[in-house]
Design a protein around this ligand. Sequence first.
Ligand code: LLP
Length: 414
Amino acid sequence: MHHFQERNGELWAEEVRVADLAREYGTPLYVYSTATLTRHFQAFDSAFSQLPHLTCFSLKSNSNLHVLKLLKELGAGADIVSGGELHRALMAGMDPKQIVFSGVGKQEFEMQAALAADILMFNVESAQELETLSRLAGEMNTTARISLRINPDVDPKTHPYISTGLKKNKFGIQMSHALELYARARDLPGIEPVGIDCHIGSQLTQVSPFLDALDRLMALRSQLVDMGLNIKYLDIGGGLGITYGEEEPPHPSELGQALSHALQNEDLTLILEPGRVIAGNAGILVSRVLACKSTDDKNFAVVDAAMNDLLRPSLYSAYHRIAEVRANRRPEQTVDVVGPICETGDFLAKDRILPGLQADDLIAVFSAGAYGFTMSSQYNSRPRAAEVLVDKDRARLIRHRETFADLLRLEENV
Ligand code: LLP
């Protein structure tokens, strides 16, 4: 359920007309809904209320400072994968004791910054990382709390590019190497093993892969307890899917019930790293039609948003629902909605049935709140889009549209 609804032929973001936002802030424009972000966070977080738990919002899905501040006010921690994300989380006022640091290739300056901030836990992904972390913690006279990110070899049944928990994927540590590496972690100075972590993939539409992964982690945990390790945290990662089109992913409460059942008698704090399920349907991308043209084979609507603004359709052939911002009641047409970038792969939708579009019409691309702006670029020297956060009948610009000066700023005077 989200707060981008059509009323009397017009699309509204909460109590604001989307067409008014496009007029005021220009297009392409990302629009987020406070009520939707709030609702999604609370629905997710409360699904685990029977367990000691921490919901660490995955910054890679949406890292706008103002979105982070809102989620922090609701009690969110952060799942970060870079020094830049650490910086954003801290600048948003997030509590370091609610930050977990994942990532297959952490650099020394990133580990040092996270040690200095005294974050809750590093999710370590290689033996090399463990050794480096131990050395850096020693140099800084501190201790790194760690979990090992285990690759449980579970098929998440999702797009291959966003499957992460299979043996053939680059992520985590193979289960059969885990005990040896935990033993090393126990013995290394400056390292305190406190958790077990996994993340098996993204846009999961079933609960069962989470439970399969949990089973494997719990089996490992009892072996770790036998080794004398005090494992306090179990981090199951993110990955719960959303409805883009026809998908029917489980409600967070289903996942909550299943995990609560499995963990009810365990002395563990569950950590969750949701991204998409919080932010995905809390944002739309608004774009203006620049031109329409037809060939013998195809109708094209060329719009002012492109793959640099929203990469998912080009990269994953991902489906995003598209609708007009103002119903035009023209006869339907099958159309490719494409951007101005000089690549055939630059499209937002292919063979989509939409009411006939004309130049200057506004369209909304739905489910763009996660992995939308964060994956955007300046390809073709296109300044990045602006971002707006709506709260009831008010809209606030939360990121300026980039300018031509922004394109050149770091290249001048060097
Ligand atoms: N934790 C870790 C360690 C992750 O790698 C990810 C996502 C998450 C949490 C959050 O997953 P979520 O709850 O959002 O599914 N760009 C792709 C998604 C890549 C996800 C990468 N990792 C897309 O647009 O679909």
